[in-house]
Design a protein. Structure first.
Length: 120
């Protein structure tokens, strides 16, 4: 059980104006910077994944159609392709999907490099 001196010392320390030099300083500018950078990173990740997986049908639809054209008797016309750039059918938006795929690879390579360098 705590005696009166210990309680008084604890309360005095709790409501004291003196700052502990060993305590890290709180800077609202740093917190605001972290919030803004985090929101920008999350927005960039959202754009990247949305462009890769959803934009104009996504990459998997295009890869599936391309595989069917290459390995079966289907033609490009079966997937709505009439001519570039006017009527591309399921292949509409392939440039955006391809750019997102390349950017995903760059981001993953950068994260892998950072992780590899951080290991002891």
């Amino acid at each position: 059980m705590m005696d009166a001196k210990t309680v008084k010392a604890w309360l005095t320390d709790l409501f004291s104006d003196e700052e502990d030099p060993n305590e890290p300083a709180y800077d609202p500018v740093h917190v605001g910077g972290v919030v803004i950078i985090s929101m920008a990173g999350i927005g960039g990740l959202y754009w990247l994944l949305w462009t890769l997986l959803v934009f104009e049908g996504g990459l998997f639809v295009k890869l599936s159609a391309a595989a069917q054209v290459l390995f079966t008797s289907k033609t490009l016309r079966d997937f709505g392709y009439v001519g570039s750039p006017y009527e591309m059918g399921v292949f509409e938006g392939w440039v955006g999907n391809l750019v997102a795929l390349v950017l995903c690879g760059v981001v993953l390579a950068a994260l892998y490099r950072i992780r590899r360098e951080a290991r002891p």
